[in-house]
Design a protein around this ligand. Structure first.
Ligand code: NZQ
Ligand code: ZN
Length: 385
């Protein structure tokens, strides 16, 4: 096991009716900005619950944060925060609202010239405003981590950054808020949580049996619960299990002392930036192709995964590796998400060209062996046609 430090300062308040806890969790006598997205919180009653819990507080609002939140929109929130002297940010919605709000928290107090420096890693995060969340979409894990991914329309970029000071002070997770989710968002969320675990687990062994078992527990739970998660009418327990899986998948615990991969996510972000694919869709396309491309370097863990997660035994090694990738792709397809670029009307040759050029430009070499470079990206995308 490698050396590590682990600090997660986010309080989780979980369960039915937990939005009412806002009353005691949100600081008194402060100017609060509630941020939200395109309006789902008005339809499912979450907005009313938040307003009721915070009745009598000095509450400002900023809506319209889009899926894959943009710098352009978020800078308007930064202006509002500065004008009104906002002291506390409460994100109500999915990962995009929360990520966007984390950016606002850092951008509002950024001392450099242009806060785009933060996602583009040209400038350091200074002081930040405190952020908290009511998370309505299990997927990103943003509710218990300090990460955010921000898009910039004008340059077609989508870049991530992170800082433990951007961990939400608290996150409220009420599984009933997920009842209004459309089925495609549930599918995207299952794939996102699944691939978060894989990016931390499927590398090479450094003797971390506990972390491996914890990762496999999340993967198996997602597979076993998938049908119930997608069922209509919604089932509370399945949604609760899903919500907690998504949080566990990316709150940093699974990766302590291990070696991470994280090559699929940045490739996926480029597919979103160029073609507007949803985050979960990009992962469903890139990850199975990544597994096939890296099957030799990932062999030991992939054999373990094939056996423990899909129950495969006694097959020749090559067959086991192939099955590990095929069954992963089959799981994604079973829950109804496309795993090939053509299903999203994306031309693989063009995407391979554009995205490998970006990797070359940035000099990126990703993955646990730092070998996912421009040429590797080209192959991975061509193989996902
Ligand atoms: O905008 P509204 O009207 O709220 O609608 C949203 C949006 O259209 C809707 N929605 C959310 N909760 C709902 C709901 N609709 C009905 N009922 C509810 N309860 O769902 C749509 C998608 O929301 P979004 O927030 O974009 O989805 P998600 O949570 O999957 O977030 C995706 C973003 O997070 C980033 C992704 O790259 C993407 O930009 N990620 C953030 C990470 C992190 N912070 O750690 C890690 C991830 O790997 C990921 O990269
Ligand atoms: Zn993700």
């Amino acid at each position: 096991m490698q050396n590590f430090s682990y600090f997660n300062p986010t309080r989780i308040v979980f369960g039915k009716g937990s939005i009412s806890h806002l009353f005691k969790l949100v600081p008194v006598n402060q100017k609060i900005l509630m941020t939200y997205g395109g309006g789902s919180i008005f339809k499912n009653g979450v907005y009313d619950q938040v307003k009721q819990a915070l009745a009598g507080r000095e509450l400002y609002e900023f809506g319209g944060i889009e899926a894959n939140p943009t710098y352009e929109t978020l800078m308007k929130a930064v202006t509002l925060v500065k004008q009104e002297g906002i002291q506390f940010l409460l994100a109500v919605g999915g990962g995009s609202v929360l990520d966007g709000t984390k950016f606002v928290a850092a951008a509002a107090l950024y001392e450099g010239e242009d806060p785009w420096d933060i996602p583009s890693h040209r400038g350091k995060i200074g002081k930040v405003l405190p952020v908290a969340s009511v998370m309505t979409l299990p997927a990103t894990g943003s509710e218990m981590n300090g990460n955010a991914v921000i898009s910039r329309k004008s340059t077609q970029e989508k870049l991530g950054f992170g800082d433990v000071r951007l961990n939400p002070v608290f996150s409220i997770l009420d599984p009933e808020t997920t009842f209004s989710l459309p089925v495609n968002q549930l599918r995207n969320g299952i794939v996102d949580a699944f691939v978060h675990v894989m990016e931390q687990y499927l590398t090479y062994p450094v003797n971390t049996p506990l972390q491996d078992r914890q990762a496999e527990a999340v993967l198996l739970t997602l597979i076993e619960e998938a049908d119930a998660i997608l069922s209509d009418p919604p089932q509370y327990d399945a949604r609760a299990n899903f919500m907690w899986c998504a949080t566990q998948a990316l709150n940093g615990l699974l990766s302590r002392g291990t070696v991470g991969d994280w090559a699929t996510h940045p490739i996926g972000h480029e597919l979103t930036a160029f073609y507007g694919m949803a985050h979960g869709e990009t992962l469903a396309v890139v990850y199975p192709s990544m597994m096939r491309f890296k099957k030799d370097a990932k062999k030991v863990k992939m054999l373990q995964y094939a056996e423990r997660v899909f129950g495969l035994r006694g097959l020749p090694e090559e067959e086991m590796l192939q099955q590990a990738a095929d069954q992963t792709e089959a799981f994604f397809r079973r829950i109804g998400i496309g795993t090939r670029l053509k299903e999203y009307n994306v031309n693989a040759a063009e995407a391979a060209e554009k995205i490998s050029a970006r990797f070359a430009e940035r000099g990126w070499k990703l993955g646990e062996h730092e070998d996912i470079d421009a040429e590797a990206v080209r192959q991975i995308l061509l193989n996902a046609a």
